[in-house]
Design a binder for this molecule. Structure first.
Ligand code: NAD
Length: 326
């Protein structure tokens, strides 16, 4: 079946727009001339992430819980559904809220897209592959997820939201797309969100021990936020349904990542080893050939450059925080 033609995007709803990825999406969309309605309940995001956008004529921040009634007046061309806790620390602290935003939140976001005749993009995740038995992971792989493990509140919520998105496409003809995002990092991650890069950077900059889980041999493939945003927007602007992997295939062990961050910050923090979380995947690397073929996308920012930019941002943010209030 051929993909529907790309559409002109004028008015976009970004759910979870005050979060890490959502705020970068809002910025890029505004820069591209779109009007943006950013919807967020600030569970893990903050208005501070979009403070610099507030007051712009084409930007509106709406405090709203996606699991409840959602109403947006006027036309909408595109719904980018990014609302959901994403870091293990966050979703383990908010397990029911994570399941609710993945199920009810996705239902309401899809309902909005259906009502407005808008294209819909679901922010799914490499976590749908669980602890993968196929490496690297292609979109055709069905995954290896423990449905009752602690991580299941996130993994299964995303798997359900993929299924719901597919059902809305098949049954209601909504123009949907699914992007499976692999670990993304960059400015505006919270220093205490529990993900490896902000944790290592914070610890290195504060001169604290850098805590690597397990023996550090487990791998991740980390993608700089600008590359991820470009991939998401290319998918949004195409007629492709996906699912499509967006991530950087250059794979690093956690120990390599910790060492790299320690070297780039010039820190003398020791590297220490702590318990590995239950069901933590051993390996993670996207096969991105589908994104290259269908979207002409590939990541452009290498890990060294991306980490330098991220470290510079954290240095400024931590300095800002340590200043006495005037
Ligand atoms: P984040 O926690 O910074 O952002 C999520 C945002 O969703 C927050 O602003 C939060 O307040 C909001 N939110 C949560 N529940 C909500 C609700 N019920 N109603 C309205 N808003 C709600 O996380 P992020 O890293 O920016 O991730 C954004 C999306 O991308 C998530 O859906 C996540 O699953 C997906 N994703 C991210 C990554 C990554 O590496 N960052 C990887 C894979 C998938």
């Amino acid at each position: 079946m051929s993909a529907p033609a790309a559409r002109v995007v004028r008015r976009v709803v970004v759910t979870g727009g005050a979060g890490f990825l959502g705020s970068h999406l809002c910025e890029r969309l505004l820069a591209g001339g779109a009007s943006v309605i950013c919807m967020d309940n600030f569970l893990t995001g903050t208005p501070a992430n979009v403070e610099h956008l507030i007051g712009r004529p084409r930007f509106r921040l709406v405090e709203c819980d996606l699991t409840g009634y959602v109403h947006v007046p006027g036309d909408v061309d595109l719904v980018l559904h990014f609302a959901s806790a994403a870091s293990p620390t966050d979703y383990l602290r908010h397990p029911i809220a994570t399941l609710k935003v993945g199920s009810l939140g996705t239902l309401h976001a899809l309902g909005l897209a259906r009502e407005k005749g808008a294209r819909f993009v679901l922010a799914s995740t490499s976590e749908v592959y669980g602890d993968p038995l196929e490496h690297p992971q292609r979109e055709t792989y069905w995954g290896n997820v423990n449905p009752v493990g602690p991580r299941s509140v996130y993994d299964e919520a995303k798997r359900f939201s993929e299924s719901l998105t597919t059902a809305y496409r098949e049954s209601h003809g909504v123009d949907t797309a699914i992007v499976r995002i692999f670990n993304t990092y960059g400015p505006r991650m919270r220093p205490h969100d529990g993900r490896a890069i902000p944790t290592f950077v914070r610890q290195a900059l504060m001169g604290e021990p850098i805590t690597v889980t397990g023996d550090g041999a487990q791998t991740r493939s980390v993608c700089y936020v600008d590359d991820t945003v470009e991939g998401v927007l290319r998918l949004a602007g195409s007629g492709f349904a996906g699912p499509v992997n967006i991530g950087n295939p250059s794979e690093l062990s956690m120990l390599e990542l910790a060492t790299m961050i320690r070297d780039l910050t010039g820190s003398s923090s020791p590297i220490t080893f702590v318990d590995r979380p239950v069901d933590d995947p051993a390996v993670r690397r996207p096969d991105t050939s589908l994104a290259a073929d269908r979207l002409g996308w590939r990541p452009l920012v290498d890990v060294d450059t991306g980490l330098r930019r991220t470290i510079a941002w954290f240095e400024r943010a931590l300095l800002e925080k340590s200043r006495p209030a005037s």
